[in-house]
Design a protein around this ligand. Structure first.
Ligand code: ADP
Ligand code: GN1
Ligand code: MG
Length: 366
């Protein structure tokens, strides 16, 4: 379960901010990294910066991760300069250390980096309306389009086999067999659900490995709260959380975005009757995404678009369930059985998509 930590503020002064540190507050959002807002006095003005401790138990090669981040943000920035419609858009801007590095390691072994704070922006954990869904999908489409010129082999895998359904199932099997925490008995119905859909969970990765789906750079963590909107919430202005940018398929991103945006409830919603697909939100995602990326997708990608949300929800459910059975080592949890509840909700998401299989496919064709 979550434990509070001392923030090593002396580390922050090693970044080339050119000001005087004032205070810090934690932003409790994601499940993996630790994110802080630092308040600094710079040139007589109070300015905010993002200080982030990157989870090196999850991301085991931080130099490679930061090298990827530099490649991706450089390309996104150059695309924004070339595009006329990108005036209000931005991308992450790394503040180097005073010695010119993009990150540092503190005495406790933790890795730190600093970003410019993107001001006058909002983000959503739950999608409030179809316009927000459209915009999130459109910025994803622009992101994928901008990165088409970066060969996937130029980026290292920051988490190997991240959306590899078959390998996620292998890890799940091992967790169930070992049952090191004795928790498997409480999760029998979830385990059975996962096992009943094993082949489906591996379907996208099989197509990618066989080469019937093209390998492209993808974001791989397309949660709605990784998109920043302008203050009025009517325009997506930045895609965040670029740590998992690596070789993949656009289907991982489209699927993940639909998974967590077209079902307007929390990812750990305990009331499963609220886990319902909002087809208006789904339609808006299809439209926003197609407007930017539609013309660049292959027949096979188009065919699998509507299937991808189900695969992504299943894989995430299996990951939550594996982590629960292993003792909650990966995802940060906030209460007992949190990962089991998250798995249960994702499996309900899978059921909700299954029930709408035909309608979801018809919407993409339209
Ligand atoms: P995690 O991997 O833990 O999800 P993120 O990089 O997504 O970490 O950051 C967590 C939250 O911090 C985001 O959802 C966003 O609200 C905020 N955030 C991150 N980077 C910035 C930034 N450069 N400017 C403003 N807010 C940011
Ligand atoms: C994690 O870091 P965050 O909270 O944006 C996870 C994603 C999951 C997501 C589920 C590196 O994302 O894969 O889809 O939780 N990121 C990593 O909420 O494992
Ligand atoms: Mg995030």
């Amino acid at each position: 379960m979550e434990q509070s930590r001392v923030v090593p503020i002396q580390v922050f002064s090693q970044f080339d901010i050119g000001g005087v540190f004032h205070s810090v507050e934690e932003l409790k959002r994601g499940h993996i990294n630790r994110t802080y807002i630092g308040y600094w006095d710079v040139g007589g003005q109070r300015k905010r910066f993002i200080h982030q401790s990157v989870n090196h138990r999850v991301f085991t090669d931080i130099p490679a991760l930061m090298a990827n981040l530099e490649i991706v943000t450089k390309q996104l920035r150059s695309d924004l300069t070339d595009r006329r419609d990108g005036v209000d858009e931005t991308t992450l801007s790394i503040i180097p250390t005073k010695t010119g590095a993009s990150y540092l390691q503190d005495e406790a072994g933790e890795y730190w980096r600093t970003f410019e704070f993107i001001e006058n922006a909002v983000s959503y954990d739950v999608c409030p309306n179809p316009h927000v869904a459209y915009e999130a999908a459109a910025i994803l489409g622009r992101f994928q389009r901008a990165l088409i010129s970066v060969p996937p082999s130029h980026l290292k895998d920051t988490i190997p086999y991240f959306h590899h359904g078959a390998r996620r199932y292998d890890a799940f099997d091992k967790a169930v067999q070992e049952d090191s925490t004795g928790r498997a008995k409480e999760a029998q119905s979830e385990i059975e659900f996962a096992l009943s859909r094993r082949a489906f969970g591996g379907s996208l990765i099989t197509a990618l490995e066989e080469g019937t789906l093209p390998c492209r750079v993808s974001h791989n963590d397309m949660k709605l709260n990784n998109v920043l909107f302008n203050a009025s919430g009517d325009r997506a202005i930045c895609l965040l959380d670029l740590d998992t940018c690596m070789a993949g398929t656009p289907l991982f991103d489209f699927g993940d975005l639909v998974r967590n945006t077209a079902i307007p409830c929390a990812e750990d919603e305990a009331d499963l009757s609220k886990v319902v697909v909002d087809m208006e939100l789904y339609r808006a995602i299809c439209q926003g995404y197609m407007a930017e990326m539609g013309a660049l997708l292959t027949e096979k990608e188009l065919l699998l678009l509507s299937v991808s949300p189900r695969v992504l929800a299943l894989i995430l459910g299996v990951r939550f369930l594996t982590d629960y059975i292993e003792g909650d080592h990966y995802f940060r949890t906030h209460r007992a059985r949190h990962n089991l509840e998250r798995a249960r909700t994702q499996f309900q998401v899978v059921r909700a998509f299954e029930a709408l299989e035909q309608e979801m496919a018809a919407e993409v064709r339209r």
